[in-house]
Design a binder for this molecule. Structure first.
Ligand code: BTN
Length: 245
């Protein structure tokens, strides 16, 4: 996969622009990078704060030859790639909090937004992988101040955003190539090594309500399996995980 990089100073959201390009027929490997976003989006309808120079905000258009129903797997490819890129650049121990938050010392340092676009049936379906990495932020808005962190906060030094970008793009290239050549198994195995949820008491906010219990595994369909207090095992496909202390 070769990257074709589109750079912007300020746009609404790199995912929005990547989606439009995909709908116009942009090839796999199209990357949209912005210095800042006015409407950066997170999962579950949240805002992704995107101040200039403090973070990396990019979206990658991928067109894997798999059914749309399996495209969620690409979110895990990205989670592994982002965690490894952060660890390479910072020597931190970034981990994946199911489904694809990247956590350092219990706080979120990066997030991944996976959006599938069937391109109106006129082009092949695309999966847009939006990645936000908190790099040089020193503080966060009040509502996320106790949950978010940045590489600068964790390492007490600033990082070069361009360096993070090239490290991330090569990590994505590596893991997406592995996925294409060998399928989901190596991604899944690496994900389990990087996971920080299994064995923990968790509260999961799912689209169907709140589930509390012990996270016991992640299955190959991408579900987190939570054992509730009455011993029932619940498979969760989407949600937001809160680790209990
Ligand atoms: C999450 O909620 O954890 C996902 C956050 C994803 C943020 C990135 S920043 C680049 C891309 N553009 C967006 O609007 N969102 C993603």
């Amino acid at each position: 996969m070769f990257y074709s990089i589109h750079r912007y100073k300020r746009i609404t959201s790199t995912n929005n622009v990547a989606k439009s390009l995909a709908e116009e027929g942009a090839p796999e490997g199209t990357v949209v990078i912005a210095e800042s976003q006015s409407e950066g989006r997170g999962r579950l309808g949240r805002i992704w704060v995107s101040p200039p120079r403090d973070g990396l905000y990019l979206s990658i258009v991928l067109k894997p030859a798999i059914p749309i129903a399996e495209m969620w797997q690409i979110g895990y490819v990205a989670a592994v790639a982002v965690a490894e890129a952060i660890n390479e650049i910072s020597e931190l121990d970034a981990r994946v909090k199911w489904p694809n938050d990247i956590i350092v010392n219990g706080r979120k340092v990066a997030g991944i937004l996976v959006e599938v676009d069937n391109c109106g049936g006129t082009h092949e379906p695309a999966v847009i992988i939006g990645i936000g990495i908190n790099i040089n932020m020193k503080e966060f808005p009040e509502d996320v101040a106790d949950k978010a962190t940045s590489l600068a906060i964790e390492c007490s030094k600033e990082f070069d955003v361009d360096n993070m970008e090239s490290c991330l793009l090569s990590s994505m290239h590596k893991w997406y190539s592995i996925y294409q050549d060998e399928g989901f198994d190596p991604i899944f195995n690496r994900l389990l090594e990087l996971d920080c949820v299994i064995g923990q008491q968790v509260t999961i906010q799912t689209p169907n309500g709140v589930v509390t219990g012990k996270a016991i595994s992640i299955n190959k369909d991408g579900n987190l399996i939570v054992q509730s207090e009455d011993g029932q095992e619940i498979a969760i496909f989407a949600g937001d995980t809160i680790l209990q202390d």
